[in-house]
Ligand binder design. Sequence first.
Ligand SMILES: *[C@@H]1O[C@H](CO)[C@@H](O)[C@H](O)[C@H]1NC(C)=O
Length: 351
Amino acid sequence: MLRNRVLAFLLLGSQLLVQIPETGAKVPALIVFGDSTVDSGNNNRISTVLKSNFPPYGRDYFGGKSTGRFSNGRIAPDFISEGLGLKNTVPAYLDPAYTITDFATGVCFASAGTGLDNATSAVLSVMPLWKEVEYYKEYQTRLRSYLGEQKANEVISEALYLISIGTNDFLENYYLVPRKLRRYSVSEYQDFLVGLAGDFVTDIYRLGARKMSLSGLSPFGCLPLERTTQIFYGSKCIEEYNTVARDFNIKMNEKVSKLNSELTGIQLVFSNPYDLVSQIIHQPEAFGFHNVRSACCGTGYYEMSYLCDKMNPFTCSDASKYVFWDSFHPTEKTNSIVATHVLKNDLSRFQ
Ligand SMILES: *[C@@H]1O[C@H](CO)[C@@H](O)[C@H](O)[C@H]1NC(C)=O
């Protein structure tokens, strides 16, 4: 316990002292794929109910702007981009306020609510992962006409690709299907998803991507929305879900080793913040948080997207005391702690 507490202080301390951690290599651009953990506003431009481009989302962002990020402020890729010496935010590809000039140093193709499985994106009519890849191909074409063939190819191969996806496949898809109707056991479904992640990595590798970071799953059984289903049992974390996340991470880590040996020249890093997030959840005070069971927005038990709006009278006044901003997504402060950890421990390995 004491050791963990000391570790937590060290992590927090290093976050405050070393604003921009050292990284191995200079990257010209940060390119992001995935779900709401990394979506900086693409869902604003598609017809889905899963949006967050209204207050109080973004109230601690630059200018208090609601951008479509599922947080009170910035999300992890923004901090990572800044840490890499690039822009302090990563623009959404579908946001008409930005052009290829902006996207040349960082771009986000992520869509909140999506998953590795096509069926997951269909639940809330968001962008499936293959659609993110279609936009990425279009981006390459635009980048080549903007920078010229040679320079564009250099950006494409030297850029850092950040991939964060998978939680929705379990929570918005697999576990919403009644047990009797499920086609896969949870272990088979994990294998299926890990296979799809491998296909995705191979796809963007063939398109020229080389430096990639694939994120592990967090202990999603401790999201306030999941705890709320246990409200009559002490709002405990759903340990079954946390076990699913850990098993998935083990399988994904093996897949990452395999891909590294199969695809020549690839640098694929498995970035797994599970233990850090678990520490934050179990010892929130050590990181300066006061509340982890419920979120800041609304009552904190179930609200996200349109239920978390400015009409909700219960929203907390200081989000930095909370681990979670809405019932499914971390606060800016949590994002910053996780991003700093990932930069130091995982992304520093790129050459
Ligand atoms: C997902 O959908 C796309 C587009 O229809 C298709 O190309 C792809 O094969 C599908 N993936 C799986 C695993 O079914």
